[in-house]
Design a protein. Structure first.
Length: 168
């Protein structure tokens, strides 16, 4: 086992852990932000669609960070399992084992629940609350339309990242 491999492995694992920590932080922030914006809609009903749009933009930014971080994590994991772990441990380590022993079903990756369920679901919830307070009228329609685009855009962006096949 080469010392450079060990150091590289540790550095890449730290990067993965940091990315996962940030993603989890966003998942904690979304319900807190949803609660605050929900109260703001109730306190300022005339601005309810603008508040909903602001929430959708904020969670859209979280979605963009999530997918970027998720894509990079997939790359890091692939590099660890395909390059570093085989040099360090021919039978593979945690990353290789984990990839072979996934939990079956939707809960196995939790990608769908943690991303679309929380990020897109919360966008739909804040927009639904705005509609429940009062349907849009007049100047609310353009803001409402933009708000409705946000969950659709986030859902499209939050496709589980996959590695491209290796070049031939």
């Amino acid at each position: 086992m080469d010392a450079a491999d060990v150091e590289e492995f540790r550095a890449l694992r730290r990067e993965i852990e940091l990315r996962i920590t940030l993603q989890n932080l966003f998942l904690v922030l979304v319900p807190l932000l949803l609660a605050a914006m929900s109260v703001a809609q109730l306190v300022h009903p005339a601005d309810r669609f603008g508040i909903a749009l602001a929430f959708c933009i904020a969670t859209g930014i979280f979605s963009l960070h999530w997918i970027h971080s998720g894509a990079r994590t997939v790359q890091l994991k692939a590099y660890l399992t395909e390059v570093v772990e085989p040099r360090m441990r021919p039978g593979g380590g945690w990353e290789a084992w984990h990839a072979r022993r996934r939990i079956a079903g939707v809960l196995g990756s939790r990608w769908f629940i943690s991303t679309k369920g929380v990020l897109v679901g919360s966008q739909v919830a804040i927009l639904a609350e705005a509609w429940l307070i009062a349907p849009p009228a007049g100047a609310d329609w353009p803001v409402t339309f933009l708000g409705l685009l946000a969950p659709a855009a986030s859902a499209v962006l939050l496709v589980k990242p996959r590695m491209a096949p290796p070049p031939s």
